[in-house]
Design a protein around this ligand. Structure first.
Ligand SMILES: Cc1ncc(COP(=O)(O)O)c(C=O)c1O
Length: 342
């Protein structure tokens, strides 16, 4: 959808995309059943396809990424367990403390000393320490990775670094969950299949509603036994959606569009380059998120608001999330408004 010059340009998130006519048609035609009672065929087809793509034996559709992560953490953690995750991970900072409140875990953040969003294996190893010590000591039982790392600017962890972190975690007996809300983005940026980025994990979540255009929907994948337990937990959390095939149909269309993320990444790169030409200090985006430093954050947000450019602040920076409903022309229009101040 191309926006007219006088309209708002929405970079707040890649969740603001709207289902297009192809997706709506697929939703209208979806074959459905009662997914709580005896199953929904379209949801089952989506789960099978997603499991295969993610390289896991089984998968479960969930209404949101937050629910997928919460189910995973609830099943992996015992009350009072310590879990490790890169600093600024969504499960620590953006899920309202549900990892502690509902899943019973205590988060300890890992520094990004290998690069944005990425701790080194040494940092992980030092943080784990002795995972299970004497009876009076804290238990560290879970590593929760995030690829791409949202608040680090859509930062990608490549397969070799993923493997090193997994080796350290597994050596120490930790379970590993991967928050792959934007795993599709990482796969496209690295030109590898998504399954190359999940090797060794016990569970992975991924979203259809971020950048791929679906109105709703995520998936949690893992072993068949884990997914059966996850199905019960989803029901407890009120995530048992009856004719979910209407929604799963949109997610199936979303999966057809993974390759199109390359265009989104090109647009993000163009936006970052244009902002840098204008003197802004920005990250070099690895995927679809551009972070701009702003000494006067509130002033910068106000300026953009006045120009009809919608953004959100993230960790003290201005975050532009590029997505499929923004065209190359919209990026040029954004840069034009910033350059001319009108
Ligand atoms: C990395 C990451 N994980 C999980 C989520 C949660 O997804 P949802 O908004 O579908 O609950 C988000 C949302 O932006 C995210 O960026």
């Amino acid at each position: 959808m191309t926006l007219s010059p006088d309209s708002l340009i929405d970079f707040r998130s890649d969740t603001v995309t709207r289902p297009d006519s192809v997706m709506r048609e697929a939703m209208a035609k979806a074959e459905v059943g009662d997914n709580v009672l005896d199953g929904d065929p379209t949801t089952a087809a989506l789960e099978q396809r997603a499991a295969k793509l993610l390289g896991m034996p089984a998968a479960l559709w969930t209404p949101s990424g937050t629910m997928a992560n919460l189910i995973a953490l609830s099943l992996h953690l015992q009350r009072g367990d310590r879990f490790l995750a890169p600093r600024g991970s969504h499960v620590i900072t953006d899920e309202l403390g549900s990892a502690a409140w509902l899943a019973g875990g205590m988060a300890d953040p890992l520094e990004h000393d290998a690069g944005p969003g990425r701790p080194t294996p040494d940092t992980l190893s030092a943080a784990i320490g002795t995972p299970i010590g004497p009876y009076y000591s804290l238990r560290t039982t879970l590593l929760c990775l995030e690829n791409t790392h949202n608040s680090a600017g859509g930062a990608v962890t490549p397969p070799d670094e993923h493997a090193q972190l997994l080796a350290v975690a597994k050596q120490a007996g930790l379970t590993v969950h991967l928050d792959g809300a934007r795993l599709w983005h990482a796969a496209v940026a690295l030109r590898v299949p998504p399954a190359a980025l999940t090797v060794g994990v016990d569970s992975v979540s991924a979203c259809f509603s971020k950048g791929l255009g679906a109105p709703v929907g995520s998936v949690l994948a893992g072993s068949a036994e884990f997914i059966e337990r996850a199905r019960r937990m989803r029901q407890m959390l009120g995530g048992g959606v009856r004719q979910s095939g209407v929604l799963a149909a949109a997610c199936l269309v979303a999966l057809d569009r993974i390759d199109e993320l390359a265009e989104t990444h090109e647009n993000a790169a163009r936006l970052a380059a244009g902002l840098a030409e204008h003197g802004w200090e920005v990250n070099e985006p690895e995927t679809n998120i551009v972070l701009a430093a702003a000494p006067d954050l509130q002033g910068r947000l106000k300026l953009l608001d006045g120009l009809g450019i919608r953004v959100l602040p993230t960790a003290g920076r201005v975050r532009f999330v590029v997505h499929r409903d923004l065209s190359a022309a919209d990026i040029e229009e954004t840069l034009h408004r910033i350059r001319t101040g009108s």
